[in-house]
Structures are given as C-alpha cells and as structure tokens.
Design a protein around this ligand. Structure first.
Ligand code: CO
Length: 508
C-alpha cells in the first residue's frame, strides 16, 4: 500500500490524486494513531508495571508505521496533485503539505538518531532528577541539543533557528515576536509580585488532610456540574494529569490526588476538562485530518487555562460550588465562598512551575524561553544550564534554588527533545484572557458561572474555536474571535483587576 521513500512506485497516475483520496489516506493513518493513543492511555493508567517494556515496543512499532505513512511519497504525491474544490479542501492540502514538507527536509537517519537519543536522555533524566544529579544527564542533553540544532537547520528558518522549532507548537510564531511580549510580561509580573508581598499573610486555609475518596467524588461531581458528556469521555487517575483524545467521540482525562492539598485534584480536573472540550468540539468531517487538530499548542492550553483559572479560580465559581464543597468537606465549613476563593488564589513565590499561581506562573515560562532560546542559538551549552537557571531564578523570583531537582531538572521537556514547547503555556494564558474579554461582550460570564449554567459558554467556545480545528493559523483565529491580534493588555488587566480584589488593595 505504502511505497517506501524514493521508490518508483511513488509516481502514480495523477487522476487518482483527489482530495477524497487524501482524506482517506489520513483517516487510515489516524486509525493507527487511535490505537497508539489507547495503548498509551492504558500505559499511564491501568497497565501492570511489568508490561512496560513490551508495550513500549508495540507503541514504537505502530508509531513508526504511522510516521512512514504520513511522510510517504504516496501522500506527497496526493497532496501536490489533488485539486481543492472549496476553502476547506484548500486548507486541508495547505496544512497537510506544510507539515509533510517540514518533516521531509529532515534526513531520516538524523531523525531516527534524534528519537533514540531523546528517549535515552529522558530515561536518564528520571534518575538524574531522583538523585538530584544534573551531571548524569548533561552529556546526553548535549547530544540531544546538537541533534535538535541540526534538525532546525534542515527545517529552515528566516532569522532564528529557534523559529524552526517553535513553529511546530505555534505555527507562525517567532522568537522576534515573543521577545518583546515576554520582556514586558516579566517586568509587569516582577513589579506586581513586590506589591503583593507586602499584603501577604501566610495562613493557608487549604492546609487540611483530605482523603482521596472524597476528593475523587468531588472531581466527578465537578464534571457533572460542568455537564461533561460521559458518553464521550471519562476521568481516571495518573501520576501526571493529561488528556488523551483516543478517537472520535472518545476523550480520556486524568487527575491526581494529593492528600494534603485538595486544590491539586480540583484544578487538574478543571484543566484537563478544558482540553477535553476542545478535542470533543472538533467536527466529525475534520476528524482524523491535519485540519482536525487544535489550532496550536497555545490555543489548546488557552482552553484548559480558561476552565482552570478564568472559570475555576473565579469568585462566581466558588459561590456556585460552595454548598457541595462544604457538604463533602465539612473540614472547611467555617469558610465562606470568598475565603475559599482567596485560598485558591494565593500568590506565592515557589520553585515548581506546575504548582505556580496565575501571577508567578508566567515568570517560570519566561525564564525557560530565554534559556532554551540561548541553548538553540549556541550561546549556552547543556553544562551551563544549572548556573544560568539559578541566576535567572534569583533575578525573576528572588529565590535561591535549593537543588537542581527543584530547578532545571523539574520538567521533562528539554530532556525529551521538546525545545520551543514552553512558550505555549504562556501564550495559552494570554489567549485565554483575551478570549474572556471577547466572550464577555456577548455573554454574562460571571452570572452564568455562578448559576452553574455553563452551556452557553461551552457553545461559544465550540462554535468560535473548537469547531474550526486547524483551518486557521493561531494568530488568524485569535483575530477572528477577538477582533484583534495578541494583545498583552488583556492579560495584564485581568491579573491586575483580579488580584486587587483577592488582596483587597488597589495595585493598578
Ligand atoms: Co495543559
């Protein structure tokens, strides 16, 4: 069926190259991807530990098959010869070809070497993190970096090799566009932090032990409260929460439980719910096609952040769930909705990105962006990471880093070869704040959230964003929905207004 790269069979009769044949090609590939997704979901949830080695080989074999399919000469031939009949078909060919051409520029041996080195490096990283020993992983990371740098050269770029990598996560975004946004954000947030510091008290009302069973009940109740469609998805538990869109009409989300902090599971569940809605909102006629994905990693994250932060950390939300919360957790019955709301919005300088609040979170990302940009451009080597990290951390968050495990070893991204990924998180936060403004021009968000009437909000997001899949570039989609390009003002305004209320002070 599939001709190996370079074979004569690749040249086919152009009459066979129709958009229908392109679609059916992608759909067949997506069936294999669906199988891989299910196998991976199982790996991260219920699979017995001893099966890990064999399962990894199964996943890798099927993934390699998919990779061959979607990089094949046959697909290239179909994409370059099919004639689009409308805008949708034009977008399919454009997005498909864009992806395919990028991958085809990378020599297969180089790519295979990268996959192998990155897998090894991530494996060693786990041990390095556990034993707090950066030196263990440094030589592996240096090799991964070398390979990533040459992959960027093969993919090509106009000004900055980093752009070749960033484009995979945020099509059309460049380091040049990001730099001023991130610099402004950094200055805004560091000065805001100083103002909060004076207001801070260290009473954390959530410092109470809560058994996992009741936490699980609350997470399930939250999904009911949000009218999560149980016929098309389910909630399970994993070490690191994730969303996996297995196939059409089947999205699995996970959460995690921490006995000493009930907030952990609540916000993980809300976050993944946001990702799940996006996946469920892609229409069937786009499903399995390159245009049937989310617009970008940043856009996907905007949806999870919207439900986690803009909805889940709002006062309206806590007024709406207060009764049920107190019911399940009488430990908190002395607290009103406002006190709970303040408790889920405490601003604390901390070392770990995934535990950061809305104010400090983006500082963690700015730091990572600056370092990975320097790493890709060769201004920084792998061995320099710990000192560069600690220095930047001191500068932005005024904290000493006690160990690399709590510093540069905390995230897997770099060790797994994912350079250019981190900015998606901050872009997600910025998009979400801008989307909120657009949504509130049409809907009374706060009163809907308080009343637990989420359907109009979900429908707004579905019709404006989810249903568009990847038909538009992220910057075009943002403009379609909000009427303007990315505008940092909306995030700054959201944060200033919200935290003035949380702390009961004027900080404008
Ligand atoms: Co996410």
């Amino acid at each position: 069926m599939v001709s190996p790269s370079g074979s004569d069979e690749a040249v086919r009769d152009t009459e066979a190259a129709t958009v229908e044949s392109v679609k059916s090609f992608y759909r067949r590939a997506s069936f294999f991807e669906s199988a891989v997704n299910l196998l991976q979901w199982d790996m991260q949830t219920y699979m017995p530990k001893a099966a890990a080695h064999y399962r990894a080989r199964v996943v890798s074999e099927i993934s390699m098959h998919v990779f061959k399919l979607v990089t094949s000469d046959e697909l290239y031939h179909l994409l370059t010869n099919a004639q689009p009949r409308d805008e949708l078909e034009e977008a399919l060919l454009r997005v498909g070809l864009r992806e395919l051409e990028k991958v085809r520029r990378i020599p297969p041996e180089l790519y295979a070497q990268f996959v192998q080195e990155a897998a090894m490096c991530e494996h060693v990283w786990e041990t390095a993190k556990k034993s707090n020993d950066f030196k263990l992983v440094a030589p592996h990371l240096e090799r991964v970096l070398d390979l990533v740098r040459s992959i960027a050269e093969y993919i090509g770029y106009e000004r900055d090799p980093y752009d070749a990598l960033l484009d995979k996560f945020e099509p059309g975004m460049t380091a040049e566009k990001l730099r001023p946004i991130f610099a402004e954000l950094r200055d805004f947030l560091t000065s805001l932090l100083e103002k909060f510091e004076r207001e801070d008290d260290d009473r954390d009302p959530f410092c109470v032990k809560i058994d996992v069973n009741r936490q699980r009940t609350f997470s399930e109740w939250l999904l009911d409260h949000l009218r999560f469609d149980r016929s098309r998805g389910r909630l399970d538990v994993s070490a690191h929460p994730f969303t996996n869109a297995i196939g059409f009409g089947d999205v699995r989300i996970t959460t995690r439980f921490a006995e000493d902090d009930v907030r952990n599971s609540i916000f993980s569940t809300l976050h993944e719910f946001g990702h799940a809605l996006y996946a469920l909102g892609v229409p069937e006629d786009l499903y399995g096609l390159p245009t049937g994905a989310s617009a970008s990693f940043g856009f996907d994250e905007s949806q999870s952040r919207f439900w986690e932060n803009i909805v889940g950390r709002s006062l309206a939300f806590w007024k709406g769930v207060h009764g049920k919360f107190i019911d399940l957790f009488p430990e908190f019955s002395h607290l009103g909705p406002e006190e709970l709301w303040r408790g889920v919005n405490r601003v604390v300088r901390s070392h770990v990105r995934t535990e950061a609040d809305e104010v400090t979170y983006n500082l963690h990302i700015v730091l990572r962006f600056e370092l990975e940009h320097a790493l890709i451009n060769g201004q920084l080597g792998a061995k320099d990471i710990p000192s560069a990290w600690n220095e930047a951390f001191k500068k932005y968050l005024s904290l000493e880093v006690p160990s690399d495990a709590l510093g540069c070893l905390q995230d897997p991204h770099w060790y797994g070869g994912a350079f250019g990924y981190f900015p998606s998180y901050t872009l997600g936060n910025l998009y979400a704040a801008q989307l909120k403004v657009a949504l509130e021009r049409e809907l009374p968000l706060q009163s809907l959230v308080e009343a637990g009437d989420f359907e109009p909000v979900k429908e707004w997001l579905r019709s404006k964003i989810h249903s568009k899949g990847r038909l538009r570039e992220p910057n075009e989609l943002l403009k379609d929905v909000t009427g303007e390009e990315l505008n940092l003002h909306h995030f700054k305004d959201y944060i200033t207004t919200k935290f003035s209320q949380v702390y009961g002070v004027s900080i404008a």
